[in-house]
Every structure is written in C-alpha cells, then in structure tokens.
Design a protein around this ligand. Sequence first.
Ligand code: RB5
Length: 143
Amino acid sequence: MQIAIASDHGGFKLKEKIKEYLNKKNINIVDFGTYDKNSCDYPIFAKKVCAAILNKKFERGILICGTGLGMQITANRFKGIRAACVSDTYSAKMSRLHNNSNVLTLGERVVGHGLACDIVDIWLKSEFEGERHQKRLDMIDKL
Ligand code: RB5
C-alpha cells in the first residue's frame, strides 16, 4: 500500500518521525509537504493528499497539524474522503473497522511521537468490516 502524507508547520516534526517509522517498516510513503518549519496553511496540504486519494493514486493518507482538527475539517469537505482525527489506538482501529477511514489526521501538539506511531500502525493494519457499516457510509454520501 502506498501512503500519502502531509502536514503544516504545526505537524512538521511528527510527519518526519512517522516517515522515518514507516520507512523502517518498508512501507511506501510519499511526502506532499510541507518541507520545513515555516508557517503555512494546512488546507493547501490537506487538498494535495485528498486529491491524490480521489485520483486513485493512493489508497490512504495521513495528515498532521497542531491539533489534527484543521486537517480533519478540510479533508472531510471532499466527497469520498473519510478523515478521522484520532488520539488513541482504539479509535484508530474503529475508524477503519466501522467508518472505513481513508485519511488519518493527527495533532502533533496532542499525541506524543510513540503513541502517534502506534496509532499509525493499528490504523494501517485494521480492515473495514463492510456490511451494515457500508450501508451507513452510503447514507452519508447521499446527505
Ligand atoms: C497552526 O498554528 C495550527 O492552527 C494548525 O496546525 C492546526 O492545529 C489547525 O487546526
């Protein structure tokens, strides 16, 4: 699986940590920026990753900002993106099993690096359960 990743300045350090973590596990990851700590605007980077997923170039994406919230709010404006802002491993797992989340958002100012890597790990491993949950996701798309 190829993963698209991006952050703003508030998530830059955690993005670098997660890239290092996934590289060690031989998971393919493509970085859509930002590439330094200079102040920037998270919607620009959320859009890049969401577009790459909607164009079917990537199956899933990870977006990081200070809280994870700006990235989540932006990503969920794109039809077909199901972004979950997560700060615990249980929610990470359930966002896949029940909500088929295709974007994980994280807050660098909320979760430590170790927990963030565990969250990414479980999120990547967990599979959507489909069935009754698919029916509910279809309902969301029709809203
Ligand atoms: C940037 O200071 C901060 O507002 C941003 O990273 C994010 O937390 C927004 O939701």
